[in-house]
Design a protein around this ligand. Structure first.
Ligand SMILES: Cc1cc2nc3c(=O)[nH]c(=O)nc-3n(C[C@H](O)[C@H](O)[C@H](O)COP(=O)(O)O)c2cc1C
Length: 134
């Protein structure tokens, strides 16, 4: 398997504490800076004490960050939605685009309720994260 194989990892998790805007900005800013160096791109959203994230990039780099993210004390109940090989990035322009899910729900009110992170909503969550970044 080539070093440049691209993969995508998506998950949802629950913040250990409700995060303020400043803490979210700091997290996103640091993540984006590191991701940029590692060739990782993606999106992160926060709502109602839940995170959702899609990471994409070279396999080895994404797996390293994924290990760190899972061990991060700022969140818990980290649940993988999907890990897959991809042929092209969905978010090439974003080293980590952050948004509040409220912004998405304004655009797509039919998705209200999906953010509770219930297992049966996996596919909707993925669609939501992808659609919101378009
Ligand atoms: C919800 C969430 C998303 C995160 N996303 C990223 C990310 O995209 N890239 C990244 O480098 N770190 C991200 N982090 C931070 C990592 O968990 C970790 O703190 C960071 O990689 C620094 O690790 P180190 O101090 O061991 O080097 C995220 C943390 C949380 C809680």
């Amino acid at each position: 398997m080539s070093e440049s194989t691209l993969i995508s990892v998506s998950y949802i998790s629950k913040a250990t504490q409700d995060m303020g805007v400043l803490a979210l900005m700091r997290l996103t800013d640091q993540a984006a800076q590191r991701n940029k160096k590692l060739g990782i791109s993606g999106v992160l959203f926060y709502e109602n004490q839940h995170f959702g994230q899609i990471l994409e990039g070279p396999r080895s780099e994404v797996l390293k960050i994924w290990e760190k993210i899972q061990a991060d004390p700022r969140h818990q109940q980290v649940r993988l939605l999907k890990m897959e090989e991809i042929t092209a990035r969905s978010f090439p322009a974003w080293s980590m685009r952050f948004f509040l899910a409220k912004e998405i729900l304004e655009k797509m009110p039919s998705l209200t309720g999906v953010l509770d992170g219930l297992p049966e909503h996996d596919i909707e969550l993925l669609r939501l994260m992808r659609a919101s970044a378009e």
